[in-house]
Design a protein. Structure first.
Length: 116
């Protein structure tokens, strides 16, 4: 059974850093696309950063470029999101997503709150 589980959210002051982790139950190279999305209150879920092409390339939302970095550890079956220079507008529930063939797998989400 395929599942992904996030961890690492929390409360941080503006300018601070957090690292999110997404642990998968299967080797992550199997996912066609894998990465991070977020949803702020009253807003639609949006992509933050993803690996595409089985991990060969990355893509970032414009709002996080230069501040966030997505990385992976194949041996640990884990994808990370390093978030630096956090802003209050980064406050959201962050979700891990993996797309395997025609199926999408979402984690339960982890709350990130950035205080001003």
């Amino acid at each position: 059974q395929v599942h992904v589980v996030e961890s690492g959210g929390g409360l941080v002051q503006a300018g601070g850093s957090l690292r999110l982790s997404c642990a998968a139950s299967v080797p992550i190279f199997r996912f066609n696309v894998m990465g991070w999305y977020r949803q702020a209150p009253g807003k639609q879920r949006e992509v933050v950063a993803v690996f595409t092409g089985g991990g060969d390339t990355t893509a970032y939302a414009y709002s996080v470029k230069g501040r966030f970095t997505i990385s992976r550890d194949n041996a640990k079956k884990t994808v990370y999101l390093q978030m630096n220079s956090l802003k209050p507008e980064d406050t959201a529930v962050y979700y891990c997503n993996g797309r395997l063939h025609d199926e999408e797998y979402w984690g339960q989400g982890t709350q990130v709150t950035v205080s001003s």
